[in-house]
Design a protein around this ligand. Structure first.
Ligand code: CP
Length: 357
């Protein structure tokens, strides 16, 4: 069986964040994902990673990420191992090694590198002690020591595979234009009683900017994205012909949008390094002032019926009403979830595969 062009295209590379790659390179991933999606739907086998192993280390729970990576590896002819941190002595950063706290990431990364072909990690929130950026530091430490690709399954700054699935769903919805130039794309806060990381809104803002959209980031005061992320998004918008603006009014932001992506994240000012201590109760009390940031069918109709997007899991009755998820024809919720499978298979085939000789 001959292998398609994309197998081994990024051989040996890590996938920690999409901004490590250019728009052209991300388009290659989407082309590969499109091919894999078509083959999946037609039942055409894609055994491009036969005999290969992915280690999946989950410090947090998951529905979509775990199952799409695991199913994806199986569909590519390989195998995925699920590892919960307690099963591998909770890999630890160097600064946490004294007093002794289980096994160093540098050792875990090098041991797993002797057994398989990539390590995928998810870590944010409680698992990263709610010190924003610590989860990304843990994944970067794995990448520093591993001699096989490291894949970011979501940390507290980035969720690259979610953003790839989302941009694929947006482009598909429009019939695969070359980018999103001229399209208003709103990344908005939506209320939840839970505490959620910044990874999704940041990664989606960055990729929408990379695809030339007119991006609006909408949120109540106190829900600012990280300064570095906004700066990078502005650079990408300038480079790719789009724009970035901020709004503090959900309805005003939604007016005339092609896409709205309303989801919860937590106010950074209650967590280090923006605050001296982790103040979860303070963050929840502050969030509770914004229960009116909910997406309803009426709102979507009023602002011109944009495509509705959400990474899942959506908090029904808080972020969005049941009828939007269950009846709105322009919801991309399940398409985005499905695309997680295809973009991850694409990146795994590209980074873990052996190119045709
Ligand atoms: N969107 C996403 O990452 O979903 P899970 O938390 O279910 O993996």
């Amino acid at each position: 069986m001959s292998k398609p062009w994309y197998v081994g295209y990024f051989k040996g590379k890590d996938w920690l964040k999409n901004i490590d790659y250019t728009q052209e390179e991300i388009k290659k991933v989407l082309e590969a994902a499109k091919d894999l999606k078509e083959k999946f739907h037609k039942g055409i086998p894609t055994p491009y990673l036969q005999g290969k192993t992915l280690f999946m280390l989950f410090y947090n729970r998951s529905l979509r990420t775990r199952n799409s990576f695991e199913a994806g590896m199986f569909q590519l002819g390989g195998h995925a191992h699920f590892l919960s941190p307690q099963d591998v002595y909770t890999p630890t950063l160097p600064e946490d090694m004294i007093p002794y706290r289980t096994e160093a990431i540098s050792d875990v990364a090098r041991v797993l590198s002797r057994y398989g072909n990539a390590i995928a990690i998810r870590i944010y929130g409680d698992a990263a002690k709610w010190f924003i950026g610590r989860g990304h530091k843990v994944i970067s430490e794995f990448a520093k020591w591993a001699t096989i690709p490291v894949l970011n399954m979501e940390d507290d700054v980035y969720h690259p595979f979610q953003a790839l699935a989302d941009i694929m769903a947006a482009l598909e919805a429009l019939g695969w234009p070359k980018d999103l130039s001229g399209k208003k794309f709103v990344v908005s806060y939506a209320y939840s009683g839970g505490l959620k990381p910044l990874a999704v809104p940041q990664s989606v803002t960055l990729i929408a900017a990379m695809f030339g959209a007119e991006v609006v980031v909408a949120h109540p005061p106190g829900f600012e994205l990280m300064d570095d992320m906004m700066k990078k998004a502005k650079e990408l918008a300038d480079q790719y012909g789009g724009s970035i603006t901020i709004s503090h009014d959900m309805k005003e932001a939604f007016e005339g949008a092609a896409f709205v992506y309303p989801k919860a994240w937590s106010p950074r000012g209650f967590f280090p390094p923006y605050n001296k201590v982790v103040d979860k109760e303070g963050a929840k009390a502050y969030q509770n002032r914004f229960k009116n940031w909910i997406v309803t069918l009426g709102l979507l109709e009023e602002v011109g019926r944009p495509y509705y997007m959400h990474c899942g899991p959506a908090d029904r009755g808080q972020e969005v009403t049941d009828e939007v998820l269950d009846t709105y024809e322009k919801s991309l919720y399940f398409e985005e979830a499905e695309n997680r499978l295809h973009v991850q298979k694409a990146v795994m085939a590209m980074t873990m595969g052996e190119p045709e000789k």
